[in-house]
Design a protein around this ligand. Structure first.
Ligand code: F6P
Length: 324
């Protein structure tokens, strides 16, 4: 194994640059060549490559986004696209790939490996923390801090106006961002896809806290939650069923994906970047590297995608207890 390609794919996440940097420098350390592939699998289909050396990745550990850019490639989903990708890899004498991304990225990697028996190792990079086989994904910690900072600001205005705010956060089908940022920001209620609270129970609980003396409230709503899916409708429902509260909605959106990565994410990305090169050099493929209980572990792509990264029910109980 002489030459390793690296790409970032799917939704970007803070810390992806730190992961690329670690991959490149581990390659240099082990005397391997490293090639960057632009725009995820799309760049692979188009042969959009660039050689990377230790100095190509200077001054990026602190930068959000991904300098290799990212995409959700439609072409790579077709057999013709993957065929082209394979030929570009062969033409450029690339022997193995490291892909940084989430479940879509690993699905693509797994299919490609099945078709061409090409060695690929994955690194979990997504703010959603929805990947099985790692306690945390790169970008999740930074996103949590961004959400908490935003909600702290919303709290100021909610409190001044005696208002109730519904704050929508990302996470796709996982409630990790909502649950953890909700606790960190002192939310009244946290709506997550893993638990179906129901509109009536929500209103009942909000009304109870109003009667107990609360004058403003923050409800964190995960984008994948059943009743939170239409957040503006939910806001109207609450306003008409709960007297004395004006309701406002804030959708935090893509600010959650940007910003300088937290120290935790930089360290995680650095460990996983080096870990991915180590795993490739140990001749493993079709696996993702993760960190579980502080140790680097590998999980097959299939398990990483199919298994569910269970929500922490104890944490949900904590949220209930401390929000009375
Ligand atoms: O997977 C990361 C994520 O930010 C999800 O939380 C969100 O549902 C989705 O990507 C948004 O995708 P896009 O950036 O394509 O709108």
């Amino acid at each position: 194994l002489k030459k390793i390609g690296v790409l970032t794919s799917g939704g970007d996440a803070p810390g992806m640059n730190a992961a690329i940097r670690a991959v490149v420098r581990a390659c240099v350390f082990y005397d391997k060549e490293c090639v960057g592939i632009y725009r995820g699998y799309q760049g692979l289909v188009e042969g959009d490559f660039t050689p990377l050396g230790a100095r190509s990745v200077k001054n990026i550990i602190n930068k959000g986004g991904t300098f290799l850019k990212s995409a959700r490639s439609k072409d790579f989903m077709t057999p013709e696209g993957r065929e082209k990708a394979f030929h570009h890899l062969k033409d450029n004498e690339i022997d193995a790939l490291i892909v940084i991304g989430g479940d879509g990225t690993f699905t693509g990697a797994s299919v490609f490996n099945e078709e061409f028996d090409f060695p690929i190792v994955g690194i979990p990079g997504t703010i959603d923390n929805d990947i099985n086989g790692t306690d945390f994904t790169i970008g999740y910690d930074t996103a949590l801090n961004t959400v908490v900072e935003a909600i702290d600001k919303i709290r100021d205005t909610a409190n001044s106006h005696n208002r109730l705010f519904l704050v929508e956060v990302m996470g796709r089908n996982a409630g990790d961002i909502a649950l953890n940022a909700g606790i960190g920001a002192g939310a009244e209620e946290i709506l997550i896809p893993e638990e179906n609270l129901g509109k009536d129970r929500l209103v009942e609980s909000l009304s109870k806290s109003r009667k107990s003396g609360k004058t403003s409230s923050i409800v964190v709503v995960s984008e994948g939650d059943q009743i939170g899916k239409n957040i503006f409708e939910l806001a109207q429902y609450i306003e008409s069923n709960l007297n004395d509260y004006e309701v406002r909605v804030t959708v935090l959106g893509h600010i959650q994906r940007g910003g300088s990565p937290s120290c935790y994410d930089r360290v995680l990305a650095s460990r996983l970047g080096v870990g991915a090169v180590d795993v490739l050099l140990a001749n493993k493929k079709d696996v993702m590297v993760g960190v579980k209980h502080k140790k680097i572990v590998v999980t097959s792509f299939k398990e990483a995608i199919e298994g569910t990264n269970e929500i922490d029910w104890d944490l949900l109980k904590v949220a209930d207890i401390i929000s009375i």
